[in-house]
Design a protein around this ligand. Structure first.
Ligand code: MLT
Length: 263
């Protein structure tokens, strides 16, 4: 996997396809850029597709104590600069959506379009932030086998295929516990992005798995209502990871949005 130097370490990323139409895919927790492998293959004929690993996850590191959304958004800016990319379409799924909103605050000029997938703009409640700290400590003491046992069933539909379940567990278990803890602590610190929504002036779409049990659909509706001109695409037969559970429908929704964007 290619990488660029970042901070004290390296940022790894996957890249496929070529040309001036760039699509940047921002991954969910507690996964890494490998969750986008199906899209790196299917969308590369139409886009140059880039998917980074967050610091501490996948092969990027080392993990800071807390991987804040602001820090990770800054890493995306560095990556695009290093790859000579001035503008792109961004798709952020869950934690990737939190980073996308932080990135929009930092560098709105980078955005040709924004797809927010199975994510929300609201910050954590005190209870949610406390639960993240407990989760971080459990990840550190029990390892990523425990993380997969706890989290994979929440990410997927109960009727998900054994193949998708195996893929998701494999993605989680290949991460280091320190990176999982850093991501949880970073997400707990994220600010309220609701005020950001009305400032989004690029075209935007909200894509949601119809059976997402992590992010309530009400959050998707409120997000779409908050962004001028945004619409919602619901992906049937999919939970929190529609790109893996219903790839054809997810890809079609993302392509419908991305190919229609002005240059
Ligand atoms: C994710 O899928 O990235 C997480 O569920 C986000 C979160 O824990 O808030």
């Amino acid at each position: 996997m290619p990488s660029i130097p970042i901070g004290e370490g390296v940022l790894h990323y996957r890249e496929a396809g070529q040309g001036s139409d760039v699509l940047v895919l921002l991954h969910a927790f507690p996964l890494h850029s490998g969750m986008w492998e199906p899209q790196l293959r299917s969308l590369a004929p139409r886009f140059r597709v880039i998917a980074p690993d967050w610091r501490g996850l996948g092969q990027s590191g080392p993990a800071p104590a807390a991987a804040t959304m602001d820090l990770l958004a800054g890493d995306v800016v560095h990556l695009l600069r290093a790859r000579g990319i001035q503008r792109a379409v961004f798709a952020g799924l869950s934690m990737g959506g939190y980073v996308a909103l932080a990135l929009y605050r930092k560098a709105p000029e980078l955005f040709r379009g924004l797809a927010l997938c199975d994510t929300k703009a609201t910050p954590d409640t005190v209870e949610a932030a406390t639960a993240r700290e407990t989760f971080a400590q459990n990840a550190l003491s029990k390892g990523t086998g425990w993380v997969a046992d706890d989290f994979a069933p929440k990410l997927l539909r109960p009727t998900s295929t054994p193949e998708v379940t195996r893929t998701v567990r494999g993605l989680i278990e290949s991460n280091a516990p320190e990176g999982v803890a850093a991501a949880q602590r970073g997400m707990a610190l994220r600010p309220d992005s609701v005020p950001t929504l009305r400032t989004i002036s690029c075209p935007a779409v909200v894509i949601f798995g119809a059976e997402d049990r992590i992010t309530p659909f009400g959050e998707a509706q409120r997000m779409a209502q908050g962004i001028p001109g945004a619409r919602i695409e619901t992906i049937p037969a999919a939970g929190h990871l529609p790109n893996l559970e219903n790839q054809p429908a997810f890809d079609a929704a993302l392509l419908r949005f991305a190919v229609a964007l002005p240059a």
